[in-house]
Design a protein around this ligand. Structure first.
Ligand code: KG4
Ligand code: ZN
Length: 352
């Protein structure tokens, strides 16, 4: 089965071609091609993703990306046996572009359409990157510009949300703090670079929910703490030029606070679920300090940790390869399927 997969949840237009059996069982699809058109340059002047600009750029890029993915895989449209697309969560205007393209192709080629959850895809990327190993059951941690969530995944299609951020996502905090410090966008790599010359203990920044058993995250207080450290509390808004030493110390102390929380919450989720494996996805997983501290903590716990290479950590269409499992399970979508902006949350318990 040749699967054409499409990703347009945020600011990357992705298309991929995968090959795999559409039958149940532990067989990981092979990625024949995966291409991404990044919109970073378009959003850079604004210091963050502008939804309207993102949707328009997807409109321009979606057909060229699909053509390129097919070309690199050495297949034609006639070979495509199913079309997969991430339909949630994400920016609605962006999601609609990918879904409309996927619907048109499924209709024209008369093949099944499969709607996938972007976050299930981020975690399935761990399996795609390690085709010979069993990644599931695992705790899943997605840390990106739009999400910071923990999942209990009994299988690739059976992920239950354990908790997530109540305000900013971790990557969003990196981007906003980078902007405060006058660093570039996206902020994560810039902060990581600046932090290398800094002292992570220079500022005692808050670590929200650190000792709280709830699997929740909050990064907005941390962002405000950086702002106050930069120019003092309740000061007029306005440009403050920190010295290079102060920028480095603020970046290092901020990064350490985020990393400490992410590692602690992953540890708690593993303890609470009793699971022995951890899968990580999202752009923040590129952070060297995070990998270092997470790796050490997981080794102490004897937990097997899966972090895909960067191309599969950040947004891409290959991770929608999880669709082949859905196809095998008969979970195809109708042509009137819609997009959804938000996460799939567990049903609240029924009142007794
Ligand atoms: O997964 P991703 O490419 O897109 C989504 O948000 O879905 O993640 C992008 C985010 C940005 O917020 C970026 O600042 C962050 O990942 N990021 C990093 C690093 N590289 C990218 N954060 C911390 N350290 C990094 N090295
Ligand atoms: Zn993502």
């Amino acid at each position: 089965m040749i699967l054409l997969a499409i990703e347009t949840t945020c600011d990357e237009t992705g298309a991929a071609v995968l090959e795999g059996p559409a039958t149940p069982g532990f067989v990981v699809p092979r990625i024949l091609s995966s291409v991404v058109s990044s919109q970073i340059g378009l959003h850079q002047p604004f210091g963050g993703v502008v939804p309207e600009i993102a949707s328009r750029a997807h409109v321009v890029q979606i057909v060229p990306m699909i053509d390129e993915a097919l070309k690199r895989a050495g297949v034609g449209l006639k070979d495509v046996g199913a079309v997969a697309v991430a339909t949630r969560p994400g920016l609605v205007g962006s999601l609609v572009v990918g879904l409309t393209a996927a619907k048109a192709l499924a209709l024209a080629l008369d093949v099944p359409l499969i709607a996938v959850d972007h976050l299930e895809g981020h975690l399935y990327a761990c399996q795609l990157a390690h085709p010979d190993l069993e990644v599931y059951p695992c705790v899943g941690l997605v840390v990106s510009g739009g999400h910071t969530s923990l999942y209990s995944c009994r299988g690739p299609l059976d992920c239950e949300l354990l908790g997530g951020t109540i305000d900013d996502a971790a990557g969003e905090a990196f981007d906003k703090v980078a902007s405060l410090l006058g660093l570039g966008y996206p902020g994560g790599p810039e902060i990581e670079r600046a932090a290398k010359a800094g002292n992570a203990r220079a500022f005692a920044f808050p670590r929200s929910f650190l000792r709280d058993p709830r699997l929740a995250f909050s990064f907005s207080g941390l962002k405000t703490a950086v702002l106050y450290a930069l120019r003092g509390p309740n000061q007029e808004r306005g440009a403050v030029e920190p010295t290079p030493e102060m920028t480095a110390d603020l970046a290092a102390s901020f990064q350490e606070a985020v990393v400490d929380v992410l590692v602690a919450k992953a540890r708690q989720a593993l303890e609470q679920t009793g699971m022995r494996r951890l899968g990580v996805g999202g752009g923040v997983a590129a952070n060297g300090r995070f990998r270092e501290k997470l790796g050490a903590a997981m080794e102490r716990m004897g937990v097997e940790t899966f972090i895909p290479p960067l191309s599969l950590c950040t947004d891409n269409a290959a991770m929608a390869g999880v669709a082949l499992l859905k196809l095998a399970a008969g979970q195809t979508a109708e042509l009137d399927v819609d997009v959804a902006a938000g996460l799939v949350r567990p049903k609240p318990p029924r009142p007794s």
